[in-house]
Design a protein around this ligand. Structure first.
Ligand SMILES: Cc1cc2nc3c(=O)[nH]c(=O)nc-3n(C[C@H](O)[C@H](O)[C@H](O)COP(=O)(O)O)c2cc1C
Length: 249
């Protein structure tokens, strides 16, 4: 049974283009995969905390040496990582802010890119000290930008720091299969915006129909867990888990 993780990170609600586009993708995904389940996490309207000194100390302490306070500091991070590892497909709505990602999505990345959970570090291997621990995911990043021309060959291409950042950080943990679908021209409006939204929607419709989950429930991601917090929720980030027949957003 394929599992989809749906993340929205725009602080806007009805006016958000990324929210509209991810919702459209999920709806079509559910039609194509009627037995699928969906976890929804809204980090735009219910922001995640930034990592703290306690969090960093806990993350770099071996699991069996962590105090109760350290375990508490990592609880939400464990929940987010378990959620990511359970997913076959991840669709994330990400607004383009100041030439990169919004701080809310960066807070998410800082919570899930964690030594011993999503990557390993071996200083003795000087050629290749980092090993990704996430396998078999397909991810779609849905982006909306105010101006235009940030795509390949466009007048703003050199100012697009979001696409390369996303590719680098998700490849670092092992999410190599990343599709980026972008709408542009929110600030220009008119036909330029309508056309851009239309082509983004069409591309997402194609992906929702064509994309095939790469793995089943016996994958190493699901078996090798440091924590047992799967499917529990801290209430942070407004998480909802639903079967395909319900859309709880
Ligand atoms: C704080 C902030 C910074 C922004 N920075 C940029 C920018 O650097 N370049 C750009 O093209 N648009 C920028 N925009 C416009 C947004 O990318 C655009 O409104 C987009 O549609 C937001 O996504 P959403 O519709 O899902 O909320 C910015 C908007 C905000 C609120």
């Amino acid at each position: 049974m394929p599992h989809l993780l749906h993340i929205d990170s725009s602080p806007r609600s009805d006016r958000s283009h990324t929210r509209g586009l991810t919702a459209d993708f999920v709806q079509r995904w559910q039609v194509k995969h009627p037995n699928s389940t969906v976890t929804y996490r809204d980090i735009g309207q219910s922001p995640l905390p930034h990592v703290t000194e306690e969090w960093i100390a806990a993350a770099f302490t071996p699991p069996n040496e962590r105090s109760q306070a350290m375990q508490d500091a990592l609880r939400l991070s464990n929940e987010l990582i378990d959620e990511l590892l359970l997913a076959d497909v991840i669709v994330a709505g990400i607004p383009f802010y100041n030439f990169g990602m919004p701080s809310g999505f960066k807070a998410y990345i800082d919570q899930i890119v964690r030594i011993g959970r999503t990557f390993l570090f071996n200083p003795d291997n000087t050629e290749s000290p980092y090993t990704p621990l996430v396998h078999g995911k397909r991810m779609i990043a849905v982006i909306s930008r105010g101006d235009g021309g940030y795509g390949p060959g466009g007048r703003n291409e050199k100012n697009n720091h979001l696409d390369p950042h996303l590719r680098t950080v998700f490849r670092f943990i092992g999410v190599n299969d990343l599709e980026i679908v972008a709408a542009e021209n929110d600030e220009h409006g008119g036909a330029a915006l309508v056309d851009s939204l239309d082509s983004a929607r069409k591309e997402l419709q194609r992906l929702a129909t064509d994309i095939q989950p790469q793995r089943g429930d016996d994958s190493p991601d699901v078996k090798n867990r440091e924590s047992t917090s799967r499917r529990t929720t801290s209430g942070v980030g407004n998480k909802v888990v639903s079967g395909c027949t319900r859309r709880n957003i």
